[in-house]
Design a protein around this ligand. Structure first.
Ligand SMILES: [Zn+2]
Length: 113
């Protein structure tokens, strides 16, 4: 599915759960396997709980923070947000210079009073 290999920091997305979800993996009585908790996953199941956990971690890391996979629009807007933050940092530098100038003026005012 998502084969772009992009590492999304799911915990940083809007609506992400503040806590990582705990996986409740139970062996299926029918086929004696652990099934991936992700509904859309087509995996047949795992013989060990460990294998199942590993698969969730590598294939569906979003599952720890969401019940349903966030759509790609959300993850792409996340990328845009990162860029905006860089621009905002530059803005802060400009504002700080302005504040420094105002500080001098207010000092003069205080002395005058
Ligand atoms: Zn899966």
């Amino acid at each position: 599915m998502n084969k772009r290999g992009k590492d999304v920091n799911w915990s940083m997305l809007a609506n992400a759960s503040p806590k990582t979800k705990r996986l409740h993996l139970e062996k299926d009585d029918c086929d004696d396997r652990f099934h991936c908790p992700v509904q859309i996953c087509k995996h047949d199941g795992f013989t060990t709980q460990r294998g199942c956990r590993k698969q969730v971690k590598s294939k569906h890391s979003w599952y720890y923070y969401f019940d349903e996979k966030p759509d790609s629009v959300q993850t792409e807007s996340f990328d845009g947000q990162a860029n905006n933050n860089a621009a905002a940092d530059q803005m802060t530098v400009c504002k700080m210079r302005t504040v420094a100038t105002f500080d001098k003026i207010s000092n003069i005012n205080t002395n005058f009073l």
